[in-house]
Structures are given as C-alpha cells and as structure tokens.
Design a protein around this ligand. Structure first.
Ligand code: C5P
Length: 242
C-alpha cells in the first residue's frame, strides 16, 4: 500500500482494509495461492464451494500458513448432528467465519454454535439466497412473509440461536441493524465501486455506502480479482471509503 503521509488517514485505511474480505472464486488451490500471493495486502479471504470441493484442505492450510483469515462460505444445511460435526472440523482448520443456512432451523443452528464455542470460528447465517425472487418465495416455497419480513425473521432466529452474525444485501443492513443487537455482525456481498462493472450483481452499493449502512465486513470479488491491476483496485477501494 502506498505510504500516506497523514497518519490519521493511514490508520483509517487500515481499519477499512480489515473490513474487506476478498472472494477467492477460482477452481484450484494453485490459482487461489497465485491470487493470494499477488495481493499480500489482503488479510481476509473467502473460500466458497467450488474451491472447497476442488482443493479445500490444501487451500485452508495454505491460507493459514500465510496467517490469513478465512471466511469459509459453505452454506451448510443438514440435520443438526451433521452440521454440528462439519462445524467441528471447520474449527480445526482455523476458519474464522463459516456460513450455515438459518432455514435449517433453531436446533441446527444451536447444535452448530455449541460446536464452535471456545474456538476462533464464528458462525454466520444465510437468511435467504438472493437468487430467490419474491414470487418464487411465495409461489414455489409457499412462504407467506414477504422477502424483507422473511429475511428479518431468519436473522432474528440466527441471533436467538447464538450465531455471531449474518450475510445479507447491503440494502438490507440498515433495517436489520435496527432490529438486532449492536454486536451482531453483518457481512455484505453485492458491493461495487462506482468505477467497476456491476456484472451479475443486481442491487449493489459502493463499499463506502455499505459500511455507512452498518456492514461490519464487505465481500468483494471481481472488482479486485478481475481487475487489470488487482493491487491498484484494492488500494483504490480502500481510499474510496475514506
Ligand atoms: O465478484 P463479486 O464481488 O460479485 O463476488 C461476490 C462474492 O460473494 C461471490 O463469491 C458470491 O458467490 C458471494 N455472494 C454474493 N451474493 C450473495 C451471497 C454470496 O455475491 N447473496
């Protein structure tokens, strides 16, 4: 990162940098570690299903060997005993965040939470996949709540089950924040700097807007990883948030 002669701005940039989780959306450990080593400034990486199924244990070990934080985005959803067992294994890998579906129910979330207590792994709830439309929720899944009500219900259930936080759209954060304790953690994908392509994301916010809305962490992928100069993109995003 460029040297900033203003110590206050420098410390603000460090605070912002610590809130950005970069998505390692690549299909192999080799590609993941090339990206990771190209961006030594990034401390927090998200490992999703594709990379985990391809090369999970190698990637997690390599990230830990580089003293990186890991957001293990596996969106677990199964019977309580099975999810709890998977969470126990994730603690051994030293994952910092791990996602489970709130729709798995309170017993599943509580069983999962009891397995991570005392470890460095914190559980985040998936409330509703953003790929599910309002009409799908009502017509196919026969849910009578509308999307914002359903998301609020899932996030409240996650909090009462003892989870650390939830993943949600930056557009939902402000309202959800007002319903939940201040220490509940919100992680938001769907973030785009003004200068970056929106791609397949539909309702985006800039990093600065998402933090102002109450997001504790931002997940950003392609604006950094697909940039011609990923280091410059990372630095620009940090600067944009000041
Ligand atoms: O490249 P981009 O910034 O869109 O990457 C966002 C990351 O966050 C991807 O790994 C994507 O799978 C994930 N994500 C998302 N929207 C959600 C949940 C996860 O974009 N609702």
């Amino acid at each position: 990162m460029k040297i900033n002669l203003n110590p206050e701005a420098d410390s603000q940039i460090k605070n912002i940098a610590a809130k950005i989780i970069v998505a390692l959306d690549v299909p192999s450990a080799a590609e993941a570690m090339i990206l990771c080593d190209r961006l030594p400034q990034v401390d927090f990486w998200k490992v999703g299903l594709e990379l985990f199924i391809a090369d999970g244990s190698t990637v997690l070990r390599e990230l830990k060997a580089r003293h990186k934080k890991i957001f293990l985005d596996l969106k677990l959803h199964d019977i309580p005993n099975t999810v709890a067992s998977a969470c126990r294994v994730a603690t051994k890998y030293g994952a910092d965040f791990l996602t489970i579906h709130a729709s798995g129910g309170k017993a599943m979330m509580q069983a999962a939470q009891s397995e991570v207590e005392g470890s460095s792994t914190q559980l985040l709830a998936i409330s509703l996949l953003t790929s599910i439309s309002a009409s799908e929720l009502a017509s196919d899944l026969k849910v009578t709540l509308d999307v914002p009500e359903y998301v609020a219900q899932m996030v409240s259930l996650a909090q009462s089950s003892g989870l650390t936080g939830a993943v949600c759209s930056p557009h939902e954060v402000a309202k959800l924040r007002s319903l939940l304790n201040d220490d509940f953690c919100f992680v938001t994908p769907g973030v785009r700097p003004t200068w970056s392509a929106v791609g397949d994301q539909i309702r985006v916010m800039t990093p600065k807007q998402a933090i102002a809305a109450g997001a504790n962490y931002l997940v950003i992928g392609r604006p950094i990883t697909a940039a011609a100069d990923p280091v410059a993109a990372w630095e620009q995003i940090c600067q944009d948030c000041l």
